[in-house]
Design a protein around this ligand. Structure first.
Ligand code: FES
Length: 107
């Protein structure tokens, strides 16, 4: 399983092995990562699963949909150039070693 590194707002790190096909949001919640809320369960209506993707991996992530792009304008922490919603980041082998920083706040 590809490994993902989550960096918490307090700079602590957590590594998770995430099955291919599982979203980062679901994996984070299943593993008790408190900084990811995911209120809508991945329905793209809450923007509480905001992460910042390491620049090195941006081109490897799936393209952003129009709906995700719109929802990123409603994140609690201001949108950054490398912002994504983690419910839309589905694990794939090419993302081995992906590093994401969890937004400072989600609500
Ligand atoms: Fe709601 Fe990602 S979990 S937008």
């Amino acid at each position: 399983m590809p490994k993902v590194v989550f960096i918490n707002p307090d700079q602590t790190h957590l590594e998770l092995d995430i099955p291919v096909g599982t979203s980062l949001m679901r994996a984070a919640i299943a593993n008790g990562i408190a900084g990811i809320v995911g209120d809508c369960g991945g329905g793209l209506t809450c923007a509480t699963c905001h992460v910042l993707v390491d620049e090195e991996f941006l081109a490897k992530t799936s393209p952003m949909t129009h709906n995700e792009d719109q929802m990123l304008d409603f994140t609690a922490m201001g949108r950054q150039p490398n912002s994504r919603l983690s419910c839309q980041l589905v694990m794939q082998d090419e993302l081995e070693g992906l590093t994401v920083r969890i937004a400072d706040h989600q609500v």
